[in-house]
Design a protein around this ligand. Structure first.
Ligand code: HEM
Length: 538
């Protein structure tokens, strides 16, 4: 058939993306006319006025006037790096994803971020950290868009605008810039007790990582994996850092916010430039794909719950090495666009209602942030797999598509310009049975336990980690103006642990309430404490 495209972009050819911004030895206009002088505008005589006909002046200033794009609505501040993922082959039994076959190497780009602060905020604030990885696999891009904490604040994506509105600065004062230390955050968390577990992780040392290099990462949701035989399992993704998990102390974090607000991005950049390449192991927890979608009584569709590693071991399936810093922050770190729907054959989504809403949200926000529907053609977003899609035209279209109009079946232009899918190679949606049930705006009852895993986390902490948590709650809640909010949050702490509640209450000068639910009987999970956690193998 006729060639589908003529432009030599990575998007069409599968060639690695090039991003040559500067060519030739001479300074030119955007249209390539050589410039003699870029320092003076064209004037009617040395004392002016400036002439409207000065195209170079107008081009230079006009382009500058449009240099900024909107920052991400969340995770605005981040730092990225390129690297390589090498598969151990240990995932092959459960997924047919080609990039997980033994020895396979795949290029990646990772962006770490804070959640709440704006682009210019400090790195070391107390917050969740984003850990988003783009695997440029030869079967299409796989984006694993996770965080450094394994649970999330909410169980349903419809609440995402609400939790973020509550966590972002107050609309009148635009404070606080990048922290959860304020009334609306604690108002939300104390009124939506499903958020207590994630909030506890935030108040722990995990909320102030020492370095991106010493953070764990989690896909949070449960995914569905499919192997060559079409068999499925449910799985959760984990990143484990080679350097172990380490945090700052609160005093260090506060000082660094002033002394070096770029502490984490500097650390990442300097480490890679020095050849001290950061490494993580990717692991999976694997669960049988049963109709209940539960494991050990834990609902695998509830993103506020973990499965303790003691109950389901994290099995290493590959290694990530970050070995190259970005050439240009804007081109790479700022323009990268992740999406949970970017899945290779062998990895599929589940019905987790938080995950389902995310599938809609990312591309929607990127349409605005990156100015139209063609941002997958931006070099950092180009798949390294060959692309032959039926998407056409639109703002910032860089491809020159050849042939007739894209529709299928199509008998013109060489007979078969838009080939049918190859079932062997293609992504196949797992034919999961959908429940025969009435439409409802409701959660399953299994989502209602909001405290037992928060209690498990607390029980798993070492004494010094507990002390840090008590001080964090006391500091953060101490910033609230409304006593009713502090009191309501103390009532939730009482349901997590009486000692935690009493100590924070004492710090706030308030009485400690009694629990309103029976306290769960939990067995501490050593894997949750950071004390003594190191790289599992070398
Ligand atoms: C951005 C993680 C839930 C909407 C991000 C980023 C990460 C992330 C890591 C930054 C990506 C980057 O570096 O460019 C997570 C995790 C979640 C979660 C782990 C829960 C498990 C949600 C939900 C929504 C949402 C429920 C909406 C319904 C967004 C949006 C962005 C974003 C709009 C900005 C994307 C962009 O501008 O490119 N998220 N998120 N997230 N997230 Fe989430």
């Amino acid at each position: 058939g006729a060639p589908q495209t003529r432009t030599p972009t990575g998007a069409e050819t599968g060639a690695p993306p090039t991003a040559k911004g500067q060519q030739g030895a001479y300074l030119t206009t955007a249209n390539g006319a050589r410039l003699r002088d870029t320092d003076h505008s064209l004037k009617a005589g040395p004392r002016g006025p400036v002439l409207l006909q000065d195209h170079h002046l107008r081009e230079k200033i006009t382009h500058f006037d449009h240099e900024r794009i909107p920052e991400r609505v969340v995770h605005a501040r981040g730092a990225g790096a390129h690297g390589v993922f090498t598969a151990y082959g240990t995932g092959e039994a459960v997924t047919r994803a080609g990039f997980l076959k033994k020895g396979r190497e795949t290029e990646v780009f990772v962006r770490f971020s804070t959640v709440l602060g704006s682009r210019g905020s400090a790195d070391t604030v107390r917050d969740t950290r984003g850990f988003a990885t783009k695997f440029y696999t030869d079967e299409g891009t796989f984006d694993l868009v996770g965080n450094n904490m394994p649970v999330f604040f909410i169980q349903d994506a419809i609440k995402f605008p609400d939790i973020i509105h509550a966590g972002k600065p107050h609309p009148d004062r635009e404070i606080p810039q990048a922290q959860s230390a304020h009334d609306t955050f604690w108002d939300f968390v104390s009124l939506h007790t499903e958020a207590q577990h994630h909030a506890l992780w935030n108040m722990s040392d995990r909320g102030i990582p020492r370095s991106y290099r010493t953070m764990e990462g989690f896909g949070v949701h449960t995914f569905r994996l499919v192997n060559e035989a079409g068999e499925t399992v449910l799985a959760k993704f984990h990143w484990k850092p080679k350097l172990g998990v380490h945090s700052l102390t609160w005093e260090e974090a506060q000082m660094l916010s002033g002394m070096d607000p770029d502490f984490h991005r500097r650390d990442l950049y300097d480490a890679i430039e020095a050849g001290a390449y950061p490494e993580w192991e990717l692991g999976i927890q694997v669960f049988p794909d049963t109709p209940e979608e539960t494991f050990a009584g834990i609902d695998l569709l509830d993103p506020t719950k973990i499965v303790p590693e003691e109950l389901a071991e994290v099995q290493p399936i590959g290694k990530l090495v970050l070995n190259r810093t970005p050439t240009n922050f804007f081109a790479e770190t700022e323009q990268v666009a992740f999406h949970l729907g970017h899945l290779p054959p062998g990895i599929d989504v589940t019905n987790d209602p938080l995950l389902q809403g995310r599938l809609f949200s990312y591309v929607d926000t990127q349409l605005t942030r990156l100015g139209g529907p063609n941002f997958s053609q931006i070099p950092i977003n180009r798949p390294h797999a060959a692309v032959n899609d039926m998407l056409r035209d639109g703002f910032h279209q860089h491809a020159v598509h050849a042939g007739v109009a894209p529709y299928r079946p199509n008998s013109l232009d060489g007979g078969n310009p838009f080939p049918a899918g190859d079932a062997e190679q293609a992504f196949v949606d797992v034919p999961v049975t959908v429940a025969q049930a009435p439409k409802v705006r409701a959660n399953p009852a299994s989502f209602d336990d909001h405290y037992s895993q928060a209690r498990l986390f607390w029980a798993s902490m070492s004494p010094v980690e507990k002390e840090h948590i008590i001080r964090a709650y006391t500091f953060e809640l101490g910033k609230c103006y409304h006593q009713a909010i502090k009191e309501r949050q103390l009532r939730s702490l009482a349901n997590i642990d009486p000692v935690l509640c009493e100590q924070v209450a004492a710090g706030l000068g308030l009485p400690a309430p009694q629990p309103s639910v029976p306290l769960a009987d939990v067995t501490p999970s050593p894997a949750l404490s950071q004390v003594g956690r190191e790289w599992p193998s070398d």
